[in-house]
Write a protein that binds this ligand. Structure first.
Ligand SMILES: [Fe+2]
Ligand SMILES: [Fe+2]
Length: 349
């Protein structure tokens, strides 16, 4: 294929780029994270069995990873093979979001590399940039096997664009390392629990191990930076965190307009859009609570909000904004800390 010089979209960044001539490591924790990042590099091409057969017409998840789709009455009335087709396309749609999101992560990690003020942060961010390049590579290659790629969700792009065009590296680390990667960690974990494909299982385990370092970096590095800020600057960062979280909540709220990519999933499966959403309304009207299956991770409750609280990105003033918006500020860190320890995952077993 010829090199593509034309772009899909372009943004302007107002961020400052900085040099640093003090070549010293003064944080043992960051040094340890950088060492781990170097030690656990893997090669997407050599370390995975790309000959593993993936049948694009069969679902790659063995159960309902969404927690709600198979409970929609219209979906329940479909034949077994129609349900399988829907599950296969729904999973392809989700994998496409993983792929596009990873490209966003690649660009934010590169932005951190040139914008973080100190040497150790720059070196660490460079490892994250390489990690994200590998993630783009593995998902792009896996999606070729699934044979269908869906467009990027409009809201996910909005969140990542807001992050990429932020004017301070702390905001980029909040938008990506805490919010988007919180969502990614939860989605990868939930997909890992549900997949029946051995190749995808290995991919997800490798990616999860890398992502756990990215989330750990966010909390290690950003906490100190926020603590050192002038109070006005801290409030500005807290407002940014609120904006990103609100956008993310909107995207997942029940009044959110359906995403064009998801509508395409319905079309591919010959499901009438109007009938489908009427049936979703019925499910909601029935008063049944749509709970995540057991062992699944809730991105806001278990990862994003506790991460933001921990680094001080939710100030007292911001708490009032969350209250007014009806967004709970969860601060139980146990799941988050479990993910951060997950680099011990025995990846190649
Ligand atoms: Fe990633
Ligand atoms: Fe990441």
């Amino acid at each position: 294929m010829a090199t593509r010089w034309e772009t899909a979209d372009q943004l302007k960044s107002p961020m400052e780029i900085c040099w640093q001539f003090a070549y010293e490591f003064d944080s043992d924790k960051l040094k340890a994270l950088y060492s781990k990042a170097k030690k656990y590099q893997w090669d997407a091409e050599a370390d995975l069995d790309w000959d593993y057969p993936v049948d694009p017409s069969r679902p790659i998840v063995s159960e309902d990873v969404s927690g709600w789709l198979l409970r929609v009455p219209l979906v329940q009335s479909l034949s077994g093979s129609q349900q399988e087709r829907l599950r296969a396309h729904f999973a392809a749609h989700q994998l496409s979001q993983f792929l596009h999101g990873e490209q966003g992560a690649l660009m934010t990690a590169a932005a951190l590399t040139h914008a973080v003020p100190d040497y150790q942060g720059k070196l660490y961010a460079a490892t994250q940039t390489m990690d994200e390049a590998r993630h783009v590579e593995v998902y792009a290659r896996y999606i070729q096997k699934v044979a269908i790629i869906y467009p990027m969700s409009v809201k996910l792009k909005e969140v990542i664009d807001l992050t990429l065009t932020a004017n301070h590296w702390v905001k980029i680390a909040i938008g990506m390392n805490m919010v988007v990667e919180g969502l990614a960690l939860a989605s990868f974990h939930n997909m890992l629990q549900a997949t029946s494909c051995e190749l995808l299982r290995k991919i997800l385990q490798g990616v999860l191990r890398d992502e756990s370092r990215h989330v750990a970096f966010g909390s290690l590095y950003v906490g100190d930076a926020i603590a050192a800020m002038h109070p006005d600057e801290r409030e500005d960062v807290a407002d940014f965190a609120f904006d990103v979280i609100s956008l993310m909540r909107e995207a997942r709220g029940r009044n959110a307009p359906p995403d064009p990519g998801f509508l395409q999933v319905l079309d591919e499966c010959a499901i009438d859009r109007g009938d489908f959403f009427r049936s979703v309304g019925e499910l909601r009207g029935s008063g049944q609570r749509v709970e995540l299956p057991r062992d699944q991770v809730h991105p806001f409750k278990h990862l994003m909000m506790p991460a933001l609280v921990r680094v001080g990105a939710i100030t007292e003033r911001a708490r009032a904004r969350y209250r007014e918006a009806g967004i709970p500020v969860w601060d139980d860190r146990s799941q988050l800390e479990r993910f951060e320890r997950e680099e011990q995952l025995d990846w190649m077993q």
